[in-house]
Design a protein. Structure first.
Length: 166
């Protein structure tokens, strides 16, 4: 036995009453890192744009219609992902983040797999996502999981839009 916990993916809130952490810290790390990568680094959460700060401060309210998935190692949140509610048979994967201490352990793949299963249960036919073009590791992961580039639906420069059938 290595002493490492297996990764369990649960829907938050509610499926893991023993989990000590919610997605707030993971979302904060995601947004702070993204701002820095865009060349717009801020000193802390208070410097983030209002819409991102709201996700961190009140994820239950912001994502009320969406599925927030947490990857847990024991009671520790190791990663998160949001699957939006279906619109016209499509859902979107957003905010995929793995705590750096848990990278390389299949957390992101487990989260995306759980997101696809959730989408299938909801009758979704297509899952889409957008990813910054400099996140080459994430793009490679998505490609391994069957996502392919598609025409952009987002006006922001430097985004790669991808989708796959469920």
């Amino acid at each position: 036995m290595t002493g490492q916990h297996e990764i369990a993916v649960v829907r938050w809130p509610g499926e893991s009453p023993s989990a000590q952490d919610g997605p707030e810290g993971l979302l904060a790390a995601y947004h702070l890192r993204t701002q820095a990568e865009k060349g717009e680094a801020v000193a802390g959460v208070e410097g983030l744009p209002d819409r991102y700060r709201a996700e961190i401060e009140a994820p239950q309210s912001v994502f009320v219609d969406d599925a927030v998935l947490l990857a847990l190692s024991g009671d520790t949140a190791a990663g998160c992902l949001v699957v939006t509610a279906a619109v016209d048979g499509r859902s979107e994967v957003k905010r995929l983040w793995t705590d750096p201490a848990f990278r390389g352990k299949g957390v992101a793949s487990s989260l995306v797999g759980a997101a696809l299963a959730h989408a299938a249960e909801c009758g979704v036919s297509t899952v889409r996502l957008s990813v910054w073009k400099w996140r080459t590791g994430a793009i490679a992961l998505y490609e391994r999981l069957g996502f392919t580039p598609t025409e952009s639906w987002d006006e922001r420069d430097q985004l790669v839009c991808m989708e796959r059938a469920v």
